[in-house]
Design a protein around this ligand. Sequence first.
Ligand SMILES: NC(=O)C1=CN([C@@H]2O[C@H](COP(=O)(O)OP(=O)(O)OC[C@H]3O[C@@H](n4cnc5c(N)ncnc54)[C@H](O)[C@@H]3O)[C@@H](O)[C@H]2O)C=CC1
Ligand SMILES: O=C(O)C(=O)Cc1ccc(O)cc1
Length: 368
Amino acid sequence: MSFKEKKLEKIMIIGLGLIGSSVALGIKREHPDVHILGLDRAETLDIALEAGIIDEKVNELNVAEQAGIILLAVPIQATLDYMEALSQLDLKKNVLITDTSSTKTEIMLKAKEVFKGKNVTFVGGHPMAGSHKSGVLAADVNLFENAYYVLTEKNEDLQELLSGLHAKFIIVEPKEHDQVTSQVSHFPHILASSLVQQSDDYAKNHPLVKHLAAGGFRDMTRIAEADSIMWTSVLLSNPEEILGRIEDFKQQLDTISQKISEKDEQAIKEFFENGKIIRQHMEILKGKGAIPSFYDLYVSIPDEKGVILRILALLQDISIVNIKINEENREDIHGQLQISFKTEKDLSRAREMIEFATDFEVEGEQDD
Ligand SMILES: NC(=O)C1=CN([C@@H]2O[C@H](COP(=O)(O)OP(=O)(O)OC[C@H]3O[C@@H](n4cnc5c(N)ncnc54)[C@H](O)[C@@H]3O)[C@@H](O)[C@H]2O)C=CC1
Ligand SMILES: O=C(O)C(=O)Cc1ccc(O)cc1
């Protein structure tokens, strides 16, 4: 069956939170005529229907029997349960089922077990973009723009269906996927959550902690706000790889602890040099991977009326991608204006203009 014919069948999305809704919007961008059935809690479905994310609300799983493609975008444990339940239904012949879970080994084992001998094609999926935000209200049609979208195998129908997400498909073995994501996604979430909890404990005897935490702390802990149900499911689905990353990290900490106790200045300097060089060369952070690259200019601005407008007026001929005001803790500084540019040239021009026309402190760097 061609995709054109398949498209005439209904598509069912189970779970219309951040990922399910964003995928639905991406599908509709390229294929506005597809009919999307949505299954989730009643309030979520009301919002999704109202926003045009889905075409029809569903409150029973057996409606899946009408769908040509089924996409699961619920926490991992719920995904496994739905796979089991779907396998008991009288699904359409040659139905295509896919998921968006953050782990793949357990999902693919389940697929082998429950869909064996059935007329079902199950392709594991994982869009490598997201947010610490969750729920339908966080839906964003551009969420997956230029991000990698992992598939466990090539599938033209699925790739065509998802083409409006503007993601880059990549085929990865489930085990390799779970190893890599344990390092760059699962473990960092544990680290972020540990860091905020450690700081909160420390703040009990050191209330100043809450005032002195600055940009570095914020950058390292944003993902601690991610959804607890989803992340519990991720950790329980990929325990061995994650425990391996934790053990390895303990050793990294032991090594630097040792250097500090020995007051080994050279080794400590090398430790930071090494980290800096590695980060500066990480392709993923330079726009060659999932994360688009921007050139950020940080301007420390005083608490005076019209300062931001004055800076923007100076930059009126330069293309700006984004502007953010970061709060600062310094008494003399009201905040830090973060202005992002697409090219290094734009960043240099902006920097020169601000330095020429003001005496504000300016710093520039390439970042994600
Ligand atoms: N949040 C992220 O950044 C990313 C998440 N993922 C994966 O995508 C999946 C969905 O994650 P999010 O959309 O972020 O979560 P979310 O919390 O925003 O949305 C999950 C949705 O599933 C619904 N749901 C939960 N249990 C259900 C059930 N039994 N029946 C029907 N609906 C149910 C919830 O009501 C909610 O609307 C997860 O498996 C997650 O691992 C993948 C990439 C990125
Ligand atoms: O918020 C962020 O930066 C993320 O790291 C989003 C994310 C969360 C879970 C995934 O499986 C993939 C991406």
